[in-house]
Structure formats: C-alpha cells, structure tokens
Design a protein. Structure first.
Length: 80
C-alpha cells in the first residue's frame, strides 16, 4: 500500500515473508528511502549496504574508467 504524505514523500507498507523482496523493489525504483520498521528489515538493509559498499571499495575499475573520451571504433577488415 502506498500512502501519500506530501507532494514529495510517501509511505510504503507491504506484507512479505522474504525481507530481501522489499529491498529489491525499493532499490529498483532508484529513489532514496528510509526504513522505519520492522527492525529485522533495517538490519537486512544494513547488511546489504555493507556488502554493496565492500563490493564498491574492492572493485577494480575497468581500463580507461573515468575518461570522458570514447574508445576508438573497432578496426574493420577488408570487405569481401
């Protein structure tokens, strides 16, 4: 259930037997959110945050990461 609180804020309530499902859905919409209850969902969100932070901190950037220049087009062989 979605309840509008003001023109920029809403409250989402959902019933689930899998605490990962609300996190997947909330993460997929691309908006900031706060977890207010239940405490188990907050703990699960914190666990996800730790794992995503660790993945980001240990990632090896691809070659050329951070460059605004486009890579050259692939070389083409002779036409047959």
């Amino acid at each position: 259930m979605v309840e509008e609180l003001d023109e920029r804020t809403c409250r989402v309530r959902m019933a689930t037997d899998d605490l990962d499902r609300p996190l997947v859905l909330l993460g997929a919409i691309g908006a900031d959110f706060d977890v207010t209850s239940p405490p188990e969902l907050l703990a699960r969100a914190s666990d996800w945050a730790r794992r995503f932070t660790r993945a980001q901190l240990t990632a090896t950037p691809p070659a050329g990461a951070g460059s605004t220049q486009s890579p050259p087009p692939p070389a083409r062989g002779p036409r047959r």
